[in-house]
Design a protein around this ligand. Structure first.
Ligand SMILES: [Zn+2]
Ligand SMILES: [Zn+2]
Length: 339
């Protein structure tokens, strides 16, 4: 089982997971051998027909009535990660060791297999298929949130090896942690400060400003907006937000799921087309599970294409050097023709 240790200087928690070091990497093999896709696909545990290889499903949206669990005929499947960073093992054990703090690696680590088809990635799927992926995010979130040992649930996607993916087949992940992550805490503090000072949600104000400036917007529909973030750390760093104030992702309704699927698909298609299918990460930031003060925070998705490397200066300072002005990046993305 893994272990969490707290850095007494930065107050950051680190997960130590030896199991993670043992996981196979499909992409490493590609480096050594000639890329042989037929062979790759035959080994893929996420493909339809390989359900028995992937371990028991936690959730599946079924295409056929009365389908046997772990058999073909599904839209989306959720599985336990075979090499989990955190696992669910009863109550979280906390311990002090001299000046240090540690706790047991109690949490969840799940894989959301977004499609039965090996070569379709998220933006290639139909909007109705992407909707099912979003419903799977929501349903797993709501279920795990009932566990009192869990403080935060991060839903995220790594696409491509530069973004940390070890398997090619389109999937997202969910990691539930026994503490609130530092990055999330920083955002919560910033938003809380802004709210105390102006009595308004900072994200709602950002949306108003973006709509007024109309320089960084990429896509907009009735309920969502996507834009290149004003102070983005990375080139083409994109944020997607619901236009109506909403702190908790898990409360997303049917109409919002529809509009989110549409804006996510179009935005990712633009990124894929303009930037040549770059590797990317996206994360969903939402209010921590047990937090009920919903006025100051606004859930959102941050998309980070991997076009630059985080290097010494960034590690040493927390400063980022972004070579693409958001206004310029947004213009290219907007003008890029998609089907
Ligand atoms: Zn596959
Ligand atoms: Zn808001």
């Amino acid at each position: 089982m893994s272990e969490l240790r707290k850095d007494p200087v930065s107050k950051r928690w680190v997960i130590f997971s030896e199991e993670r070091g043992n996981r196979p990497n499909q992409y490493d093999k590609e480096n050594e051998e000639e890329h042989n896709s037929t062979e790759d696909i035959s080994k893929c545990p996420f493909c339809e027909g390989k359900e028995k290889k992937s371990g028991d499903e936690i959730l599946a949206y079924e295409k056929i009535h009365n389908r046997e669990p772990n058999s073909p005929g599904w839209w989306v499947r959720v599985l336990e990660n075979k090499f989990p960073a955190l696992t669910s093992k009863g109550a979280t054990l906390k311990k002090g060791v001299g000046i240090y703090d540690k706790m047991s690696g109690n949490g969840r680590h799940e894989i959301i297999v977004e499609t039965p088809k090996h070569y379709d990635n998220l933006p290639d799927l139909g909007e109705n298929e992407i909707e099912k992926v979003i419903y799977a995010y929501r349903d797993r979130y709501t279920d795990i949130a009932k566990d009192n040992n869990i403080k935060y649930i991060l839903i995220f996607k790594n696409f491509g090896r530069d973004a940390g993916a070890s398997l090619e087949h389109s999937h997202s992940q969910l990691i539930a942690t026994p503490v609130i992550p530092k990055k999330v805490e920083t955002e919560l503090h910033g938003a809380k400060d802004y709210y105390r000072f102006r009595d308004r949600c900072v994200f709602c104000d950002i949306i108003t400003q973006e709509l007024a400036d109309n320089e960084r917007i990429i896509e907009e529909n009735e309920l969502f907006i996507s834009f290149v973030y004003y102070a983005g750390r990375f080139p083409y760093e994109i944020w997607i937000l619901p236009k109506q104030h909403s702190a908790k992702f898990e409360l997303i309704n049917k109409k919002e799921v529809k509009d989110l699927a549409s804006i996510l698909k179009n935005t990712l298609q633009r990124v894929k087309k303009l930037l040549g299918n770059p590797h990317y990460n996206f994360v969903i930031h939402t209010l921590p599970i047990k937090e009920n003060d919903t006025f100051y925070f606004h859930w959102h998705i941050e998309i980070m294409p991997k076009l630059t490397k985080v290097a010494g200066f960034e590690w040493g300072t927390g400063f980022y050097i972004n070579p693409v002005l958001p206004e310029v990046g947004a213009k290219y993305l907007r003008e890029c023709k998609i089907d």
